[in-house]
Design a protein around this ligand. Sequence first.
Ligand SMILES: Nc1ncnc2c1ncn2[C@@H]1O[C@H](COP(=O)(O)OP(=O)(O)OP(=O)(O)O)[C@@H](O)[C@H]1O
Ligand SMILES: [Mg+2]
Length: 332
Amino acid sequence: MSENLIEVKKLVTQFSGKNGTVTAVDGVSFHVKKGETLGIVGESGCGKSVTSMSILRLIPKQTGKIASGEILFEGRDLAKLSEKEMRQIRGNEIAMIFQDSMTGLNPVMTIGKQLVETITAHSKMDKKQAWARAEEMLTKVGIPSPAQRLKEFPHQLSGGMRQRVMIAMALSCNAALFIADEPTTALDVTIQAQILELMKELKEKENKSIMLITHDMGVVAEMADDVMVMYAGKEMEYGDVRSIFKDPLHPYTRGLLKSIPRLDQSSDDPLFNIPGSVPDLSEMPKGCRFCTRCPEADKRCREQEPGLYDVNGRQVRCWKYAPEGGQDDVRG
Ligand SMILES: Nc1ncnc2c1ncn2[C@@H]1O[C@H](COP(=O)(O)OP(=O)(O)OP(=O)(O)O)[C@@H](O)[C@H]1O
Ligand SMILES: [Mg+2]
């Protein structure tokens, strides 16, 4: 029996624009087990948010679409559900926590009213019970004077508090999967640590699953069980967090890990940056997508795109790990 809560298979998401169709997510596959956290990392523009928006089916219809692939959530393919069925899933079974806490909250409704709405929608509680529950939830996410805060509007709270309110909302809906897209990037470090701690509790005490999208490899090391490293719409390396941090195989993963600031680093030492930038979706290099920036690229890398190869249970999209003369791509 599979214990995967969600399994995404060969997801392809495209946008059409002036210059034709671009593929922002190009055949990505991954899964998240119950009670585990998958970290998705990669530089800006690699397709992390488009991946999460695809799962939630929030890709703007005018320009974008899921072109192919499956999104199996508790056995159902989300890619095939109607808009109505999807609304039932969003916020009920899958909760979202975004970087910008204003997007997740209604600016003209008090915090209390919003929380109470969420709670009554997902339980049999009446308004009064739900109000007490809302107060309890704010206490749980560490908001002082919760009774007072419930009467306030989102703009009266600091960014960090709003973020915690969003987490309280997410917690109130009994979702099984939490998708957090840069949930702490905008917050100061103390609040960031508190929020990460809350998310850890979710997974450890309540067996929830989390997809955590971040630029921050330090956060990944602390939070994730598995990691998927994305580059230009594809997974470059995918496996368990410990082995990836201990022994990164893909030159891109190595570059990302080298760019983490270290405590023992002198402030005169410039921080390593992978030279160059992520290629534009409409101008993908031939061969490996990372070849233009890869310190180890050779002729083959520039001409032929590598498959995804299995290396001791880890998946790596790099020619260096292609089995000799053997079957290449693990996805077939
Ligand atoms: N609505 C859209 N229309 C056209 N292209 C889009 C749209 N949304 C995203 N893209 C493109 O898809 C690619 C992936 O974007 P995405 O937002 O997923 O990146 P990301 O990895 O989340 O980056 P960041 O770390 O900056 O949040 C980018 O090239 C982006 O320009
Ligand atoms: Mg993003």
